[in-house]
Ligand binder design. Sequence first.
Ligand code: MG
Length: 202
Amino acid sequence: MKIICIGRNYADHAKEMNAPLPEAPVFFLKPDTALLPAGTPFYIPDFTNDLHYECELVVKIKKVGKNIPEKFAAEYYDQIGLGIDFTARDLQGKAKEKGLPWEIGKSFDNSAPLGGFLPKESLDLSNLTFTLKKNGAIVQVGHTGDMIFTIDRLISYVSRFITLKTGDLLFTGTPAGVGPVAIGDHLEGSIGEEKLLDLQIK
Ligand code: MG
């Protein structure tokens, strides 16, 4: 399986990163070794001094697809969950400055902790709110209505370039409010009232 991540899909986050709004979705990949299963603690790696959380809605792909038309994209996923796109902001910043790829700051082992998933049918995807708490205080609130590109549009776009396979994960971008984590922090993520992600930082 592979993990496809969308960058800059919320205008307020693009603004806080001083990045222009994209005309087409921006995506990058994380390898399968980036996956950190739900319930597993995250250990801050020694190569960064500025590790940031980015809480994102995660779409689980349920069948193989290539060149998927947007109007059929909903047939290709059945579960929506929450994950963290951990980012070594210092390493990403250096790569950006030089015009280099971001993988060094985005795609390292365990950089994609997952929470639980909910069946798509139980959710109104056009009106979904998700929140991230750090040590009990809300730090990020996302709403699907604020996405620049909808989930269906993202699936259609990415599948023009990369074949989607069963079990692949699509991280759909983070809203504003990203920030650093330190040893001892506790992250909790919810979709609506349903708590799906609980992560201890060690
Ligand atoms: Mg992200």
